[in-house]
Design a protein around this ligand. Structure first.
Ligand SMILES: NC(=O)c1ccc[n+]([C@@H]2O[C@H](COP(=O)([O-])OP(=O)(O)OC[C@H]3O[C@@H](n4cnc5c(N)ncnc54)[C@H](O)[C@@H]3O)[C@@H](O)[C@H]2O)c1
Ligand SMILES: O=C[C@H](O)CS(=O)(=O)O
Length: 491
């Protein structure tokens, strides 16, 4: 049993149309560190999803009719409740996802920041007037909520990936049905409980758990759903884009990554090592913006590799609840097997391990933080998202060579590089084909900046003033008949 200040936040029911509902069939939620069953949630399907969509559609007119200030105040109340319950939400998250408690607390604060940000942005949805080419007409442009929205979210950030969607959606006057990952539904359900306590009306926000295929198909094909926002793998994103095409839904796609992390010869090496630790090993390497390939100039390659390996040895691996743990377990055994496959492929092709190199002695889904040297573009780690604590180091000689290698991928989410020459910083930042570039930092995620990718890493942006645009549609009003006054023809 979790040691919660408010045990009622641990919900084993879904929030559908303002009601907490159960189901005969359930899904067990397990702790990745221990394998213990934490809770059971309903295994819902298309029927209940339709109920949630119908309730959202019914709640939409009243929700969109509220003033922006009204919606803002309710979101602000939700934000306050999330922070008031930060510790409980973090404990629930660590229990189901495995990340260290300190990281879970950090994610809750990060998740709450999107609610706060869009509570304010709700009041800044501006339209425009346009000078008319015809003297008797006036042109007005307004922005309106797109309508019933669906969100499908991943397990690696069980809170932030939901609020990064629900925040702008509700702020814009939309309503939303959320399907969280089956590995981490408890955080989503706790957030829904707090939204209910904040006074967000029935039907405005629902959370359904269960069969990804059945629920996903209903969300992607039901004509009442006007927008689908997905965060997850590129493979599933492609599938959902195909499914939503039949009803021409607006889509946002936050998909896979393959981030290059480049260390030039003029870099501050200690800063670069610190950045590499944050960028590569946050959430045990299970983030979409993790450094996936580390390119190090040959002049500093050996020194950087040694420093990185030494820094890694200081990181405690263990269960997220344990004090001082920096690297938790991976989400499941399949995740560990993928890291093992990437490691084995690299070793077979000539790479060498300088620290780590296999499953951790703790067993289950723990993996040793690992540094590989002698890595080349021919290896799987160069082409595929590893999503684990494996840092492959590639060597390079010139700026042109490394930019070409960095861009040699179908992904384009995050990228990072360390350099101090101003000309190089501008040249490389402009040449990298990514939605986001971190210069001399390994951590770029916040609520104020536009988060998102190019190429096959996705469509749209989350956070920033841009994030609400994905939940709005533009309306053009042409107001004619504004002739000069004339006697009324009718009398
Ligand atoms: N770009 C971003 O902001 C971002 C953020 C987090 C994770 N990710 C990516 O997500 C992946 C890891 O997360 P994951 O393993 O949960 O991804 P995933 O694509 O397997 O699952 C994501 C969500 O989609 C659901 N899903 C799976 N198959 C589906 C289907 N056929 N129809 C409808 N829904 C379906 C899952 O249940 C889950 O809720 C990585 O590729 C990572 O890069 C991207
Ligand atoms: O996995 C990717 C998420 O977007 C995590 S974060 O936004 O970079 O914290």
């Amino acid at each position: 049993m979790l040691n919660l200040r408010d045990p009622s936040l641990l919900r084993e029911q879904c929030f559908v149309a303002g009601q907490w509902i159960s189901a005969a069939r359930t899904i067990a939620v397990t702790n990745p560190a221990s394998g213990a069953v934490v809770a059971h949630v309903p295994r819902l399907g298309a029927t209940e999803t339709r109920q949630a969509i119908d309730a959202a559609n019914g709640a939409w007119p009243a929700w969109r009719a509220r003033t922006a200030h009204d919606r803002s105040a309710l979101l602000a109340r939700w934000h306050a409740l999330i922070l008031e319950n930060q510790d409980d939400l973090a404990r629930i998250m660590t229990a189901e996802q495995g990340k260290p408690l300190a990281e879970a607390r950090g994610e809750i604060a990060y998740a709450a920041s999107f609610i706060q940000w869009f509570a304010e942005e709700a009041k800044r949805v501006y339209g425009e007037t346009i000078p008319s080419p015809i003297s008797t007409q006036r042109i007005v442009v307004t922005k309106e909520p797109v309508g019933v929205c669906a969100a499908i979210t991943p397990w690696n950030f069980p809170a932030a990936m939901i609020t990064r969607k629900a925040g702008p959606a509700l702020a814009a006057g939309c309503v939303m049905v959320v399907k969280p990952a089956s590995q981490t539904p408890l955080t989503a359900l706790a957030l829904a409980a707090l939204a209910e306590r904040a006074g967000i009306p029935s039907g405005v926000l629902s959370v359904v758990t269960g069969s990804a295929g059945d629920i996903g198909t209903e969300l992607a094909t039901n004509p009442l759903v006007r927008k689908l926002s997905f965060t997850g793998s590129t493979e599933v994103g492609r599938h959902l884009m195909q499914q939503t095409a039949a009803t021409v839904k607006k889509v946002s796609m936050e998909l896979g990554g393959n981030a290059p992390f480049i260390v030039f010869e003029d870099a501050d090496l200690d800063a670069a090592v610190e950045g590499a630790i944050v960028s590569k090993f946050r959430n045990a390497g299970q983030t979409c913006v993790c450094a996936n390939r580390l390119y190090v100039h040959s002049k500093v390659y050996d020194q950087f590799a040694r420093k990185l390996a030494d820094a890694l040895k200081a990181l405690k691996v263990g269960s997220g609840e344990e004090e001082g743990v920096r690297i938790g377990p991976l989400i499941d055994d399949a995740a560990v097997r993928k890291v093992e496959e990437h490691l084995a492929d690299a070793l077979e092709r000539g790479a060498q391990v300088i620290t780590g190199g296999g499953r951790h002695a703790l067993g289950r889904s723990f993996f040793e933080p690992t540094v590989l040297v002698g890595v080349t573009q021919a290896m799987r780690v160069a082409r595929e998202e590893t999503f684990g604590p494996l840092a492959p180091l590639f060597r390079f000689e010139t700026e042109d060579e490394v930019v070409a290698m960095a861009n040699d991928t179908e992904f384009g989410l995050a990228s990072y590089f360390y350099a101090r020459d101003l000309g190089r910083v501008w040249r490389v930042a402009e040449r990298l084909e990514y939605g986001m570039v971190g210069v001399n930092t390994g951590l770029i995620s916040n609520e104020v900046a536009p988060f998102g990718g190019v190429k096959q890493s996705g469509l749209g942006r989350e956070g920033s003033r841009h994030g609400i645009e994905d939940y709005l549609v533009i309306k053009y009003i042409n107001m004619a008949g504004i002739e000069s006054p004339r006697t009324n023809q009718l009398n």
